[in-house]
Design a protein around this ligand. Structure first.
Ligand code: SF4
Ligand code: SF4
Length: 135
């Protein structure tokens, strides 16, 4: 996916908030792409992990707001163990989820699911789909 980074849409508050919550310095990412190559979910996500990092660096909050990546991320840590900068990318994804959850926004709204579907879905998958590591 081609990234659109615009000076007009820069909002640096999100980057600062993510760094505060995750404790990770996203500025250290130098865009090697190892995380994206390691990610088992990279065909399902709208932004690759590397792209999430650069969008944070450039304060592209609106694009990140629409990205499904933090919700699809399985918190498998493959990216983290291979990142040459030692960045804990799952923590960054968790911070992005947490910011949305604090606004009372879920990726999937339970109330929008059909009752039959809720009966069929494994509860553990639903919990991980909504909150993952977020406490
Ligand atoms: S592996 Fe680390 S340094 Fe490389 S793109 Fe991903 S986050 Fe950035
Ligand atoms: S922790 Fe998330 S972003 Fe990192 S490799 Fe696993 S699924 Fe991909």
């Amino acid at each position: 996916m081609a990234l659109k980074i615009s000076r007009r849409t820069i909002n640096d508050r999100l980057r600062r908030k993510v760094m505060e919550i995750s404790g990770e310095n996203v500025q250290q990412c130098f865009q090697c792409g190892t995380c994206s190559g390691s990610c088992p979910m990279n065909e399902q996500t709208s932004l690759l992990p590397r792209q999430v990092m650069i969008m944070l660096q450039y304060g592209q909050a609106e694009a990140l707001d629409h990205a499904n990546t933090p919700w699809i991320c399985a918190s498998c840590h493959s990216c983290m163990v291979r990142c040459p900068r030692g960045l804990d990318i799952p923590k960054v994804m968790e911070a992005l989820r947490l910011i949305k959850l604090r606004q009372n926004v879920n990726h999937v709204e339970l109330s929008s699911l059909e009752p039959e579907k809720i009966d069929d879905l494994p509860q553990i998958a639903m919990v991980s789909g909504f909150r993952k590591m977020t406490s």
